[in-house]
Write a protein that binds this ligand. Sequence first.
Ligand code: NAP
Length: 268
Amino acid sequence: MLVYAVFGDPVEHSLSPAMQNAAFSALGLSSRYLAFRVKRERLRDAILGAEAMGFGGLNLTIPLKEEALKVVVPDENAAAMGAVNTVAFEAGEIRGYNTDGQGALMALEGAGVRVDGRRVLVIGAGGAAKAIARQLSLRGVELSIANRDRRRALDLAALVGGRGYGLEDLEKLVSESEVVVNATSVGMREGDPRLLDGRILREGQTVFDIVYNRETELLRDARQAGAKVLDGVMMLVYQGAFSIEIWTGRKAPVDVMEQAVREELRNR
Ligand code: NAP
């Protein structure tokens, strides 16, 4: 039996064990996926320990994704992101990948949203926004990035290619965009203030909110405006599916993984 794990701090509320164990079962593998709280300063010990104990692979979450670069050999994407969310033990080498951006892109494409050549607005400039903006940029979208801290939006736009703005430009940017992605943490908590006046959203737009723990006000407003809406669950599922494919070389059962995540969310 191979053991896999997610390391984070905190990690108690991670949906990954439910999702990845469902995937392993559906694939007929007797692997087990666990969650371990690992402090940033002990990450090296924890990764080397997992390798020594013959773990199959790891996912990393907050606040360990950047720290991992000191331990693993990153692929081009993880190196460009400066962050690792998937670790694989490959023939004596500890390799690092970042599947967040590809997960977001698959979530859009899986829902039938074409992004190539379209005007896309990413709100946010944190870790998730960075991964998403890079993948979108690689797909040749006309990219705008708006962030509360405008400087970070400008830096990210310069890194991946695109234009950076502060949130004061948000309503104009939204009205000009075909796809709007919320990659901030706004909406995660009940009672969070709205990022924007939902009345500017419209039919024909796609609104993708990567928050996955609840239906956000942004998504409710977008639905009411007749826009196509996507929550963050499928991004979570696809980033995990890419991890499974890196570890096992098998195609991940995304439907089963989605079901496991939605069921886990319902039970919380
Ligand atoms: P992060 O690196 O801490 O970035 C947070 C972002 O949110 C920054 O752009 C920050 O702006 C912005 N923000 C925070 N509070 C704000 C407020 N009150 N008003 C406006 N902007 C605000 O976090 P992250 O890792 O990128 O995660 C962001 C969100 O994505 C979280 O909700 C997380 O759960 C979700 N996520 C989902 C998936 C998925 O698979 N669906 C994967 C990863 C993350 P400043 O730069 O100005 O501080």
